[in-house]
Design a protein around this ligand. Structure first.
Ligand SMILES: Nc1ncnc2c1ncn2[C@@H]1O[C@H](COP(=O)(O)OP(=O)(O)OP(=O)(O)O)[C@@H](O)[C@H]1O
Ligand SMILES: [Mg+2]
Length: 402
């Protein structure tokens, strides 16, 4: 049995999919070299996006199995390489492009700007930021969708004071029913809200039973009759990468807003950010620091959670620090009452949310990566890179004081 040709081996390797990037390793440019000896010994060089890539074992197994069973192959060996920053950028561009080609149709209008509110840690205020930013944008006259992607731990209904069940309706000329989001007028704008918290209705709930997290989010995007939204804000669940991966596949143009508190141990910030970047390749629009100093009635300010965490994270991932939301008991009360603090003109936190909305609407253009696949500004490839550097010097520049 003659040894296979170089091209035959490349063809076989074209069947090896990088599960995170969602494309095959050949078209992603991860296989710079294949050498086949006359005796059928195959040497494959695989370049990983990062040396410590957790998918290395999977890729190894796949490569060995697929090439190993090919007629004429006697032995398979793999040499591992690591991409340069430029190569990594290129792979991310390709992955994003592929994702866009394969993205299923969603009901979200093409012109809608999509912001996912995420964090490396639970309980830092993602949901509070989501509902307040959405409310502030609506108060400025925009039509804003709110998608509660925290499928089992939803808090958006309570924070917005909406308890109505979702209804489904057949649209004209279609025999498929679509879910109608719950609508609320805010000033001149409108909020359109969807959450599993609204799905207690048995008939509608049936559609959901047993679905995977990402499936649920997918259904929110494909089966909801969204209006002509200016913005869609997505409240991400804590501590899972699945939903982010799903989003990256379904809505590759999503931009991430990362929420953090002022003080976090350097290691943890960097590691979680790295993890987040690895699991998705969504561009990061900026950082929101929440629970910044508490100011008491006498005007004295206390940095209860320390200082500098937002800026440190922003520096680490190479994205701007867009807002610092003060710590304010009224946020909790407003959440419990279903009246977002963003509507309260006496509140400093409310003002901070309104400024953030204005900044986003007027000043912060989408990262170029969203507009132009060839550009990598703000992309998590860059984020990955700077996180690695930060990890290298972890504990020094990033340690938040106090
Ligand atoms: N700036 C703030 N000042 C005071 N309390 C706040 C502030 N931001 C959020 N909180 C409170 O902190 C708690 C956690 O906030 P929130 O639920 O928004 O976080 P989360 O990141 O969405 O949490 P999870 O990871 O569980 O989804 C809530 O009780 C909320 O009211
Ligand atoms: Mg939440």
């Amino acid at each position: 049995m003659p040894a296979p040709s170089h091209d035959e081996v490349m063809g076989v390797l074209g069947g090896v999919i990088d599960p995170e990037l969602g494309s095959d390793i050949v078209s992603l440019g991860m296989v710079p070299k294949v050498v086949v000896s006359d005796d059928g010994d195959v040497e494959v060089t695989v370049k990983l996006t990062i040396g410590g890539c957790p998918l290395r074992a999977d890729i190894k197994r796949e490569v060995e199995q697929r090439v190993g069973v090919h007629p004429g192959v006697r032995n398979v060996s793999i040499t591992w390489g690591e991409m340069t920053a430029d190569e990594r950028s290129e792979v991310m561009t390709k992955a994003r492009w592929n994702a866009r080609q394969q993205a299923p149709d969603t009901e979200v209008p093409a012109r809608t700007r999509i912001l996912a509110i995420a964090s490396g840690k639970g309980g830092v205020g993602k949901s509070s930021v989501t509902v307040n930013l959405a409310t502030a944008l609506a108060a400025q006259g925009f039509r804003v969708g709110v998608l509660d992607a925290d499928i089992w731990g939803f808090s958006v209904p309570r924070l917005l004071g909406i308890g109505d069940n979702l209804r489904a309706e057949k649209s004209e000329g279609s025999d498929r029913a679509k879910i109608l989001p719950n609508k609320r007028h805010v000033g001149d704008g409108v909020l359109e809200v969807v959450s599993t918290g609204f799905m207690i209705d048995e008939e509608t709930a049936l559609m959901w039973r047993g679905l995977m997290l990402t499936k649920a989010v997918e259904q929110f995007l494909t089966d909801v009759q969204w209006g002509d939204l200016d913005y869609l804000l997505i409240d991400m669940p804590p501590g899972t990468g699945d939903v982010q991966m799903g989003l990256a596949r379904l809505l590759p143009r999503t931009e991430m807003l990362v929420v953090t508190t002022p003080a976090l141990a350097a290691q943890k910030v960097a590691q979680r950010a790295a993890d987040m970047a690895r699991r998705s390749f969504l561009p990061v629009l900026g950082v929101v620091e929440n629970m910044t100093a508490f100011t008491c009635d006498h005007g004295e300010s206390y940095e209860l959670f320390g200082r500098g965490g937002g800026q440190a994270l922003a520096d680490t991932i190479g994205a701007p620090l867009l807002a610092q939301i003060p710590m304010e008991p009224a946020i909790v009360a407003g959440g419990d009452a279903g009246r977002p603090i963003a509507l309260d003109h006496e509140s400093a936190a409310g003002a901070a949310f309104r400024t953030l909305a204005k900044t986003l609407a007027e000043d912060v253009a989408p990262p170029r990566a969203v507009l132009d696949d060839a550009a990598m500004a703000g992309c998590s490839a860059r984020m990955l890179e700077s996180v690695e550097i930060a990890l290298g010097r972890a504990g020094s520049a990033l340690t938040a004081p106090g």
